[in-house]
Design a binder for this molecule. Structure first.
Ligand code: SF4
Length: 294
C-alpha cells in the first residue's frame, strides 16, 4: 500500500540493510516480487488463515483475500523468494489446520508457522474466550502438529514455547526467543517502541523519530534499561521455574505486558499448563517448582 514501497526496498539494498517482510500477500504481483528479490529479500511471511476461500476471507474480513494471497505467494515463489505461510489458530479455522499444510505446500511455500491467537490488537477484539482455543486444546494440537511434520511434506513451526518442544526440535536448534533485547520498534508514524506493540500500549512507547534522539533512547530510556536489567530468575510463576527461561525469556514479553502490565508475569499458555499440572516436569529447574505448584 505504501506509495514508495519499491523505492524503500531499493534504498535498503543500497544501504546494505537486510530485511524480511510479513504481508497479507494481496498486493504483491510479479513486478513487486522482482523488486523485493532484487533488493536482497529472500524470505517473506504471508498469512493464510484458512485452507479455503470461505474460511480465510472470513478470518481476514476481506472478500477475495484467499485467491489474491495465493497469487501473491505464487509471484514471490516464482521470483525465488522463500515464503512461509502463517496460520493463526482460532476456533473458527482450527478444522482446516491440517488442510492448510497441503495448500501451502502446493502453493510453493517452504514452511508453515502456526501462530497462537494473542489477546493484543485485533486479537483482543476477537475475545480470546469465544474465538480463541483453550490451553488444553492448544497443547494437544501442538503435539499433533509436531507428530505430523514427517508426513506433511513441508516444514512446520507450531509457535508454542520451548517447554513443550520435543527433544528433536530442541536439537534442531529452532529459534526459541523473540530477540526483544536487540529490537527497537520504529512504527510507520515514527513512534519508537519495544516493537509493533507500541501501537497498542503507551507504556512501551519510548519516543518519536524527529523528536527523540535515537541513540539516546536506545541507550538510556528507563523502560529499555529495566528490560535489560530483568533476569529470567525474577519471572513469576512457571516462567520463574522453567529451564528454558534464559533463552526463551518468557516467550513474548510484549503480549504478557499487555495482558498483565508486568514484565515479570509468566506467559499465559505456560502458566495455564503449570497450574493445571500439564507443564512437563522435566522442564522445571527443580522439583521445588512442582511442590510449590501443588
Ligand atoms: S515457562 Fe516461560 S520461559 Fe519457560 S518455555 Fe514457557 S514461556 Fe518460555
Amino acid at each position: 500500500m505504501h506509495p514508495e514501497f519499491k523505492q524503500l526496498c531499493r534504498m535498503l539494498h543500497r544501504e546494505g540493510i537486510g530485511f524480511w517482510m510479513e504481508s497479507n500477500g494481496i498486493l504483491v504481483g510479479p513486478e513487486e516480487a522482482a523488486v523485493m528479490k532484487a533488493s536482497g529479500l529472500d524470505f517473506c511471511s504471508v498469512s493464510l488463515d484458512g485452507a479455503t476461500a470461505e474460511t480465510h476471507d472470513h478470518q481476514r474480513a476481506v472478500a477475495g483475500a484467499f485467491d489474491r494471497a495465493r497469487q501473491g505467494i505464487g509471484c514471490m515463489v516464482a521470483a525465488g523468494i522463500r515464503v512461509q505461510a502463517i496460520f493463526t489458530l482460532t476456533r473458527e479455522n482450527v478444522h482446516e489446520l491440517f488442510d492448510v499444510f497441503a495448500v501451502a505446500r502446493e502453493a510453493g511455500c517452504s514452511s508453515v508457522k502456526v501462530n497462537l491467537l494473542e489477546p493484543t490488537g485485533r486479537g483482543e477484539l476477537m475475545t480470546i474466550g469465544e474465538r480463541g482455543l483453550g490451553s488444553r486444546e492448544l497443547l494437544a494440537l501442538g503435539r499433533r502438529v509436531e507428530a505430523f511434520e514427517a508426513e506433511a511434506g513441508i516444514a512446520l513451526h507450531y509457535s508454542w514455547p520451548p517447554a513443550f518442544w520435543s527433544i528433536d526440535r530442541l536439537l534442531r536448534g529452532d529459534a526459541a526467543t523473540c530477540g526483544v533485547h536487540q529490537i527497537l520498534g520504529v512504527l510507520a508514524d515514527g513512534t519508537l517502541a519495544m516493537c509493533g506493540i507500541g501501537r497498542h500500549i503507551e507504556e512501551l512507547v519510548y519516543g518519536k523519530i524527529g523528536e527523540t534522539p535515537l541513540a539516546g533512547t536506545w541507550l538510556d530510556h528507563p523502560a529499555l534499561r529495566e528490560l535489560r536489567r530483568l533476569q529470567p530468575a525474577e519471572f513469576e510463576g512457571g516462567c520463574g521455574q522453567c529451564i528454558h527461561a534464559s533463552v526463551c525469556f518468557g516467550s513474548c514479553r510484549a503480549n504478557t505486558f499487555n495482558a498483565t502490565r508486568s514484565l515479570r508475569a509468566p506467559y499465559r499458555l505456560c502458566q495455564d499448563a503449570y497450574n493445571a499440572g500439564l507443564f512437563p516436569e522435566t522442564r522445571l529447574r527443580s522439583p521445588i517448582g512442582a511442590a510449590e505448584r501443588a
